[in-house]
Every structure is written in structure tokens, then in C-alpha cells.
Write a protein that binds this ligand. Structure first.
Ligand code: ASP
Length: 394
């Protein structure tokens, strides 16, 4: 077992811990963050001790939030029995072989927790931290748990102002087991960020030697290492040895630099103005209660995960109509099928195109944080929320 895995880590158990032996303790990441953040640790000092060749390599900061990738397993063969969010990123990067051949790597411990423990307010802080890092770095890697990684990645995609590469990664097996995907994923994420090939792509998600557009990717299996897929449309590219192969680009990369940025500039938004948006899931004869409870609890918007092309049950539909009439609640219609678009629209109802419900919820949450106007928000969904490609007349 490695030195790192032998170390007794000062860490708090995170939710998402799979071991019955480890009773999960949930803590507020921002509280913990105060203990561990604020220090950028350079594992590749740019001057002293480095060769001139190393000094010319791109600078990549790894911002860590925890997850299985920072997991300490019960023993070397416990693939599913581990403490997520335990190891520190500076130690993990220090263990990574050959990193000095691909980048000048520094680390920043944002928090150390399972992905589901983070609030939207924490993601606001994370996004600002990514932009701060990109003022001096050529790329950023964010490590996180995989459970809500597609949401963390899409939140960053919609909010980070810099066009430099942002790569989100994690792993399905903890750092300390045999055959872990953790080291390879971290190494390849740094390689991808350093390559510069995803500049103007927004945030991409990289696991299992593949990278995907944050807007389109989804976790498809709770244990397999090839869990991340982009339904129907496929990955953007692969990382094979030295070859970072890009086979397609997100629609966003085709936009001119002047319109590339979304309207969601968090530096101009007070955190307390982040809107509350929830998701209501429809199914055969889905009953009343979900939508009205969300509205009663202060939701300004609701995404429906409907059957087929966005249909919802009669009881849900009646509650939606009442919420729009009585509270001006904004709705986005998505499909629970896992892929495909939908076109159900109406007063205060926006078609979520092919966004899945979790992604549409973030798009609506940010939209409602910056505007209350239906037409403005609908316009944002049709542009920044859509990934459809249109090529101008030649
Ligand atoms: N429970 C973990 C998390 O999302 C799972 C993982 O990282 O794969 O943080």
C-alpha cells in the first residue's frame, strides 16, 4: 500500500460513503473549506528546482472538492467500501508520476466531500475560484464526486467567464484500491487541460479516457468506470497516450468570442439572489402535492421531467396551471426518457430542448437569478440553453 493510503488523514466523512462500517457524517463544505482552502500548493515550482523545459509547460491548477477520487478504501481490494472525500489533493498530485512532463501543476483544496453535499451557493464560490485561477493558469481541473458531477460541470459551463480549458474529473474507484481509475483520470484531465484543445468549449467532463460536453453528459451507472455517456450524440473525444483527439465540438465553440459568454456573470450577482428551482418527476397517474409543495417552499421555477416529449399527469398539470396563475412560477418541460427533445410550451412554460432535467434545472436557476421576465429567459434557453448547430450562409 502507498504512503498516502497509509497516512491517517485529517478528514471528515462525506455523504455518499458506501461502507456500512463508516457512519456518514454530513458537514457544510463551506465550514470545512475555511479550514483547508486558501492555499495554492505548487507541486512543480516554476523556477527553483525546475528545468527550463518544465518552466515552458502550461500551468494547470487542480481544484479539489472531494468525491471517490479522494477516497480512502477500507483495504487495497475494497472497491465499494471506502471513505469518499478523504485524501488531500496536494498529496494525490505529489504521488502522480510524470506530471512534470505534461504541466506545471498546482493544487487548491476547495473542500473535501461527496458531490451531493455541495449547495448551489458553494458552486457559486467554486465558479468564482475557477475564474480566479484562470487569471494566471492556462487551464483548470476540478475534481469532484461523480454522483452530481454532471451538474457541477454544467454549472461551471454556464458561469465561468474565462474561455480557457476547464476539465472536471473524478473516479468510480477510490484512489487506494488496486486497479483504481483515479490516478489515470487525474493524469489525463491535467493532460487535457494542458493541451489547450478545449479552449472555447466551456467545461468538459473527463473520465475513462473520454471527454464530454458538460451540457450533454450524464452518469448512466452507479458503479461502472465507463459510467459517463452523452446519450445518442456521443463523446467529444478521447485521450490516448500523447494524442488528445477531438472529434466534435460543442455548438458553443462555434460562437464568435463577442457572444461566447453567457449572461450569467456571478461576479455581478449577490449570492442571496440565487433562485430556488426544483424538479418534479411525472409517471403514470402522478399525484398532486409535489409542485404545490415546491411553490409553498419558495421555488421560483420548476422543471418537470415528463413522460415522452414532456407530458405530465393530470394532477401535476392542474398544479402547474395553478402555480402559474397564482405565483407566476416559471416551468421548463423536459423528458424523463434520458434523451431526445421536447416541444411543450405555453405561458410560463419553456421547452427544455434536449437538456435533461438536472441540467435544465441549473439553466432555469441561473436564468431566474438574473431575470424574472419570461421572454428574456425563453430567449436564453433558445440560445445559451440550446446546443443546436446552425452554420451561416456561405
Ligand atoms: N458518492 C460519491 C460522490 O459523488 C461517488 C463518486 O465520487 O463516485 O461524491
Amino acid at each position: 500500500m502507498s504512503t498516502l493510503s497509509m497516512k491517517v488523514m485529517k478528514a471528515t466523512l462525506a455523504i455518499g460513503v458506501t461502507a456500512a462500517a463508516f457512519a456518514p457524517v454530513i458537514y457544510t463544505p463551506s465550514t470545512y473549506a475555511a479550514e483547508v482552502t486558501g492555499t495554492v500548493i505548487s507541486s512543480t515550482p516554476p523556477t527553483a528546482g525546475s528545468t527550463p523545459a518544465v518552466n515552458k509547460l502550461p500551468k494547470v491548477e487542480v481544484i479539489a472538492t472531494g468525491g471517490t477520487i479522494a477516497g480512502q478504501s477500507a483495504d487495497a481490494t475494497s472497491f465499494a467500501n471506502y471513505r469518499a472525500g478523504t485524501l488531500l489533493i496536494a498529496d494525490m498530485v505529489a504521488e502522480l508520476p510524470d506530471k512534470n512532463k505534461i504541466a506545471q501543476v498546482s493544487t487548491y483544496q476547495f473542500g473535501n466531500s461527496g458531490s451531493s453535499a455541495y449547495s448551489i451557493s458553494d458552486l457559486y464560490d467554486l465558479s468564482l475560484r475557477v475564474d480566479q485561477a484562470l487569471k494566471t493558469q492556462d487551464g483548470v481541473v476540478v475534481t469532484s464526486g461523480t454522483d452530481t458531477m454532471e451538474e457541477i460541470a454544467y454549472f461551471l459551463d454556464l458561469t465561468v467567464r474565462s474561455s480557457k480549458p476547464v476539465v472536471v474529473t473524478g473516479s468510480m474507484r477510490p484512489w487506494t484500491v488496486i486497479g483504481s481509475d483515479a490516478q489515470a483520470n487525474l493524469f489525463n484531465a491535467i493532460k487535457l487541460a494542458a493541451s489547450g484543445k478545449t479552449k472555447y468549449f466551456g467545461t468538459v467532463l473527463m473520465l475513462n479516457d473520454e471527454f464530454h460536453a458538460a451540457r450533454e453528459v450524464t452518469k448512466s451507472n452507479s458503479y461502472r468506470t465507463d459510467t459517463f455517456i452523452t446519450p445518442e450524440l456521443g463523446a467529444l473525444g478521447y485521450i490516448d497516450e500523447d494524442g488528445v483527439r477531438v472529434y466534435r465540438a460543442p455548438a458553443r465553440a462555434l460562437l464568435p468570442a463577442s457572444t461566447w459568454n453567457t449572461p450569467f456573470d456571478l461576479s455581478k450577482l449577490n449570492k442571496s439572489n440565487l433562485a430556488k428551482v426544483e424538479i418534479a418527476y411525472s409517471y403514470q397517474d402522478a399525484g398532486a402535492g409535489a409542485i404545490s409543495s415546491f411553490v409553498a417552499n419558495g421555488a421560483a421555477g420548476i422543471v418537470t421531467a415528463g413522460t415522452g416529449a414532456g407530458g405530465i399527469s393530470r394532477a401535476m398539470s392542474a398544479e402547474r396551471t395553478a402555480a402559474i396563475a397564482d405565483h407566476n412560477t416559471m416551468f421548463v418541460a423536459t423528458t424523463r426518457t434520458g434523451s431526445g427533445s421536447n416541444y411543450s410550451t405555453g405561458k410560463n412554460i419553456i421547452a427544455g430542448d434536449n437538456l435533461n432535467a438536472a441540467h435544465a434545472r441549473l439553466m432555469l436557476l441561473l436564468s431566474l437569478s438574473f431575470s424574472k421576465d419570461f421572454d428574456t429567459i425563453k430567449g436564453w434557453f433558445d440560445t445559451y440553453g440550446s446546443a443546436q448547430v446552425s452554420v451561416p450562409e456561405k
